[in-house]
Design a protein around this ligand. Structure first.
Ligand code: 1SD
Ligand code: ZN
Length: 267
């Protein structure tokens, strides 16, 4: 499989051995989050978000990279966040998802040991200190990721509703496939991706959840799950990995809590 790892034979239980330099580290992600910790976490500051308006010509592209689907957008669309409106140190580079074969699994983080059907990751890099995401990915304070849980519901998810036409495109089924998404002029990434309750979240120092598992990620995972319909989840499960098998269970299960990745330390 691409890069020498997958979610099957060379799956998460072998990554520490296959990529020992980082995947065997002591602040690895994901972890199990507990609501107890969320309460202490209310001391940690919320990010201030900013997005430029959708100009004519802004395009979104969904692609199958062999491990998941990822959403990218044209560079003139600026999606940023920081501690204050003036200090927008993080720039969003992409959004992607992890999901299960059944509704009882699929998320990477768990909440009080509960798994969700899927988890979305809006990946930011520190654009104050680094030129691009690949420069930042291995560096201290390099990345910040916003994680959102998806829960099966009778209601469609509004973001996936926007992506549905592209998602249904057969070119996306196999690795390397990509499909364009027309941008709504009123699209806002933060209000469409994040749950309505943005006041309760977990923050901790961790890692990429895929090899080579760099320990460069400041994680923020929201407590409130967002809805996704069974029909929309099926659209994800019909995609294929590089070996043509069904793209499901592309998540890394939680890793042990260590002093390095224990949530709740304000920073
Ligand atoms: O799995 C993604 C990987 O594709 C890449 O986006 C990386 C950031 O460069 O992040 C991981 S994850 O930790 O966001 N799952
Ligand atoms: Zn991810």
């Amino acid at each position: 499989a691409a890069g020498g790892w997958d979610y099957g034979k060379n799956g998460p239980n072998r990554w520490a051995e296959l990529f020992p330099k980082f995947c065997a580290g002591d602040k690895q992600s994901p972890i199990d989050l507990s609501t107890q910790t969320a309460l202490q976490n209310s001391l940690i500051r919320k990010y201030v978000f900013h997005q430029s308006s959708i100009a004519a010509g802004v395009k979104f592209t969904l692609k199958n990279d062999g491990h998941k689907i990822e959403l990218n957008w044209s560079p003139e669309l600026s999606i940023t966040m920081g501690q204050t409106a003036a200090d927008q140190m993080y720039t969003a580079a992409q959004l992607h998802w992890h999901w299960g074969s059944s509704d009882q699994q699929g998320s990477e983080h768990t909440l009080d040991k509960k798994s969700y059907a899927a988890e979305g990751h809006l990946v930011f890099y520190n654009s104050k200190d680094y030129a691009n995401i690949s420069m930042a990915a291995s560096r201290p304070n390099g990345l910040a990721v916003l994680g959102v849980f998806y829960e099966v519901s009778a209601n469609d998810n509004p973001l996936f509703k926007d992506l549905e036409k592209a998602l249904a495109n057969d070119t996306l089924i196999n690795m390397g496939g990509a499909a364009e998404v027309a941008a709504r002029t009123d699209f806002n990434m933060f209000s469409t991706f994040l749950p309505s309750n943005q006041d309760e979240f977990f923050r901790y120092d961790g890692s990429l959840t895929t090899p080579v598992c760099y320990e460069s990620v400041l994680w923020t995972v929201y407590r409130q799950a967002v809805p996704i319909s069974a029909r929309q989840l099926q659209m994800l499960r019909r995609l294929h990995y590089s070996d043509n098998s069904s793209m499901v269970n592309n998540f890394r299960p939680p890793l042990p809590l260590n002093p390095g990745n224990r949530p709740g330390t304000p920073r």
